[in-house]
Design a protein around this ligand. Structure first.
Ligand SMILES: Cc1cc2nc3c(=O)[nH]c(=O)nc-3n(C[C@H](O)[C@H](O)[C@H](O)COP(=O)(O)OP(=O)(O)OC[C@H]3O[C@@H](n4cnc5c(N)ncnc54)[C@H](O)[C@@H]3O)c2cc1C
Length: 493
């Protein structure tokens, strides 16, 4: 077995690169194995909007994160307050009380320090005014407690992490996939078997970090664990996240953990490719549905579009779309809200129709015209009086229809009308490996497997049923950083 490295990291997404950087910080020699070719590197991380969720007590907590902003620029925004307790409560609420409290506690405690660490390492943050804020009383007000995005979005974040890793002396082997973990007589991980351009190899190490994503791009595993029709969902991101590292860890006795039959899935353009397209990134998503209504091919509504800020509903509504006839849904807006739609609605690849009557719109989108007309009439009649304020939960709702619309209910009555055709796009899977609050992988008896750490999407236990937007990158960074430090220290001990 070759053994030039202290730590081998499997996967070069956000979690893997954070692990590699922190392992280097404690002095370890680090190799990152990446299954994708260089041109497609970066995993799901590269497809993201680069938004991260972390707690803060007010604008002062942003000063270290936004050193390039002037006091005037910071005075023009209202970030509000989102405490650690709020973050933990959100995780508890959206996961129906199932998120592992030990992992939640660690995530919440380490999220802001990790944001500061990334900034110090050279990742630049920007206020996410374009995607996550509306102007209210002269200030940009953020909704859903997502305030910062990486410069250049997910693409920028990924490129920057690679630049920092290169400059720090981390080695990266592209088109080299991990296939198996090597253990010694004590069950400790002492190496990783790989297959790549130079054939099969076995690389010795003092510790390994698994950060190779979930199984969202593996049709067989999707059908097996998520259930019927999930093999037909579109994959929003990387085609390389096929559950390899989860399988490798289970083979040596790691404990399966988390919500294996569930995943993060959103409204995604109906005609998008089967897997993510790096030129489009996340722009096939259609996240402005709280401003309109969503119907199926029969013209029927099936969710409360205004149940909460989109950050707290979007990840579970893809699943509802998959259940509709033809796995199709249509978001309908009128001229009052079209100007408020997010940028992703304006790309030329969007599957959209525009018409001056609801019947024409139905014809163009191949929705049952009578069904859509009936739904729109009933919806309009159910809308209650009240002020429409998209930056807050305004309580402007419907009464007497099922499902209701609980906020932002405006009648769909002012032409032109626009409709966007969507299907279910899977983002990442919720089932994975069990780790402790040091990012060590646990075996079936809850004991750490010596020398094995994990971070990112392939960790189970944090997300059940739903997910608060911006938590994927944050958990990857927090536990990735922790995994790298732990792996580095163990390897050098
Ligand atoms: C379109 C889209 C938008 C999103 N937007 C956001 C957002 O704004 N904010 C947010 O927090 N989250 C977002 N997410 C979720 C986010 O992408 C993930 O939570 C996060 O990027 C996961 O990071 P990771 O490092 O665990 O996995 P990844 O970034 O997917 O990295 C895993 C890597 O492992 C590699 N790999 C797989 N198998 C092997 C193997 N056998 N050997 C070696 N390498 C292997 C893959 O090629 C890949 O590069 C979004 C996801 C998508 C798809």
């Amino acid at each position: 077995m070759e053994s030039a490295y202290d730590v081998v990291v499997v996967g070069a997404g956000n979690a893997g690169l954070c692990a590699a950087l922190s392992a280097r910080e404690v002095g370890a020699r680090v190799l990152v194995l990446e299954k994708a070719p260089r041109a497609e590197r970066g995993g799901n991380t590269r497809f993201t909007g680069g938004l991260l969720r972390f707690p803060f007590n007010g604008i002062d907590d942003f000063r270290d994160l936004l050193p390039d902003y002037t006091p005037e620029e910071l005075a023009a925004v209202d970030v509000g307050r989102y405490t650690g307790r709020d973050y933990a409560a959100d995780l508890d609420r959206v996961t129906e009380g199932l998120a592992n409290p030990e992992l939640v506690e660690r995530l919440v405690a380490e999220a802001h320090p990790t944001m500061v660490w990334l900034r110090r390492r050279g990742v630049r943050w920007l206020l996410a005014i374009g995607r996550q804020a509306y102007k209210h009383d002269g200030k940009y007000r953020f909704y859903g407690n997502l305030i910062l995005e990486a410069h250049g979005g997910g693409h920028g974040l990924s490129d920057r992490l690679f630049e920092i890793a290169d400059a720090s002396g981390v080695d990266i082997a592209y088109e080299t996939k991990a296939t198996e973990l090597v253990t010694d007589d004590w069950g400790a991980v002492v190496g990783v078997k790989t297959r790549g351009l130079n054939g099969a190899r076995s690389i010795g190490c003092g510790a390994a970090v698994l950060a190779a994503g979930g199984f969202e791009a593996n049709r067989e595993m999707r059908a097996r664990y998520l259930g019927p029709d999930w093999e037909l969902a579109k994959v929003r991101g990387s085609r390389f996240n096929t559950g390899d590292a989860i399988r490798m860890a289970l083979e040596i006795g790691a404990q399966p953990y988390g919500h294996w039959s569930c995943c993060h899935a959103v409204a995604w353009d109906l005609l998008a490719d089967d897997v993510g397209d790096l030129r489009i990134g996340d722009l096939h998503q259609k996240h402005s549905y709280p401003l309109g209504i969503i119907v199926n091919r029969l013209g029927e509504r099936f969710v409360d579009e205004g149940a909460d800020y989109r950050n707290y509903t979007y990840a579970k509504y893809g699943r509802e779309i998959l259940k509709q006839p033809g796995r199709q849904a249509f978001q309908i807006f009128d001229s009052k809200t079209i100007p408020l739609l997010r940028d992703e609605y304006r790309i030329k690849q969007a599957t959209r129709a525009r018409a001056t009557t609801i019947s024409e719109l139905a014809d163009q989108l191949m929705i049952d015209p009578d069904g859509l007309r009936r739904t729109v009439e009933a919806f309009n009649a159910a809308v209650q009086e009240g002020a429409f304020t998209p930056a807050t939960l305004d309580g402007k709702r419907t009464v007497g229809i099922d499902p209701p619309k609980s906020n932002w209910a405006l009648p769909i009555d002012t032409p032109p009308f626009e409709g966007y055709a969507v299907t279910c796009g899977i983002t990442f899977t919720f089932g994975g490996l069990r780790i402790n609050n040091q990012a060590e992988v646990l075996d079936g008896e809850d004991r750490p497997i010596p020398g094995l750490f994990a971070a990112g999407e392939l960790v189970g236990g944090l997300f059940y049923y739903n997910y608060p937007g911006g938590s994927g990158l944050m958990t990857g960074a927090v536990f990735g950083r922790m995994a790298g430090t732990g792996a580095g220290r163990r390897a050098l001990a």
